[in-house]
Design a protein around this ligand. Sequence first.
Ligand SMILES: [Zn+2]
Length: 538
Amino acid sequence: MAATGSEKQGAKAYYVTTPIYYVNDAPHLGHAYTTVAGDVLTRWHRQRGEKVWYLTGTDEHGQKIMRTAEANGVTPQAWADKLVTEAWQPLWEHLDIANDDFIRTTQKRHTDRVQEFVQDLYDKGEIYKGGYEGPYCVGCEEYKLPGELLDGEGEYAGQKLCAIHKKPVEILSEENYFFKLSEYSEKLLAHYEANPGFIQPESARNEVLNFVRQGLQDLSISRSTFDWGVKVPWDDKHVIYVWVDALLNYATAVGYNENPGKFESTFPADVHLVGKDILRFHAIIWPAMLMAQGLPLPGKVAANGWLMVGGEKMSKSNLTGIKPQDLTSHFGVDAYRWYFLRAIAFGQDGSFSWEDFSARYTSELANDYGNLASRVAAMVGKYFGGELPAATADGDAEKAIHEGLAKAVAEADRKIGEELDFQGGILAVFDFVKQVNGYITEQEPWKVAKDDSPEGKARLATILYTAAESLRAVAVLLNPVMPETSQKLWDSLGAEPALGALADQKVQESATWGLLPAGSTVTKGAVLFPRLEEKPAA
Ligand SMILES: [Zn+2]
């Protein structure tokens, strides 16, 4: 369920955005990957007790959407409305994305502000009228440089192709309005230099640096050959280039020129999450637009790589037809959220397979994590009637667990919260889960239970308290990744009466040992990760 955003005042919110997705088609795994990453990042920061703003939305203008709508016999607006309400928003709800807002570029709150922004740049002399002819990819909605094109083969022999879409480009010649992007090469390079973390990962940063060092061309920011877009305010024969329109969503959605209090306490974004195919728009054009307007620049543009399925890239131009729901119906939503961040290093290309997902689900989620939770609950039930005993006989083995937890919390907080290394952060928590499993194997509580002496009872109580208290922390640490599972565990540990709602638990404080009080009612809750059914026939 999407959380409703409350108006933020005072200190600046930690502001994260996804790209606004193009509504020419339904969402695929790549879109879901980026959006889940942003959701985990913002949930993590909320559980640090910070003010957070998480924005996603849809990009609804441009020639490609106009053509798609025409091909489907509807107006572009009707097409966008249908996709947004029937595909995009339902998927984010299904995947438990807690976005604070959802902006659509056809909304008046956006289009009015886009016109004001562009008019302002025009009045400042940043925009001029000029002519341009060049190869244009409708898929990218972008003029290409000749050196970026591929030679066509087969059915496209003799033609030049877009390197991303592998489709022929069109030669467009237009009289357009241009933004003086070329004047920003040096300023951008100075900014990249002064802010080494501005573009992540390093490979993406290097690509942008190399591109800008060659010198930037002025950017055509209007189109007059079609009319599905925001009208240029001083010349209504032109619509504003869809990328300029789209990038401005990051400002218009948080009150640009409309709600100064909200704008100042939210803008600029701390992190723009993007696919690497749209890196240049975010790392070059967007900061140049902000510089021209005298607005602050975002903290970081973080590009994720391609998802590969059996070697085939899941990009917007090469769908293999796997919907996120095809996976969640088999593995469940939480395992889905976990899997892609766990299996693929964020920022790198990574491959996905059904077999890899199944194997990790069974070994890491069901065996390591799920079994630990069910064993501990079962033993507290069997030996203590479901009432969590106190730990009165802590020794070296327990001390190692306390230290293991502190290490896991510090590492996960740094990796997920600061470095966007979701894989590393998740592994830090799962290493701790493994450590607790090892602790139980070594301590053999089922043997200690046969010892009826007071010392034996105290040992057994200490072992089970240590395991349950470890799980209390794991529930908090994995809540941003797998909220439904963590809630089940929280309920099973009887944590809520003493500690309050799971969502209010602070990640840093989860390292504090002994928060779960003795006497808590531990119940054998729902199985966290049920055994998988056979793979459905393709
Ligand atoms: Zn293209």
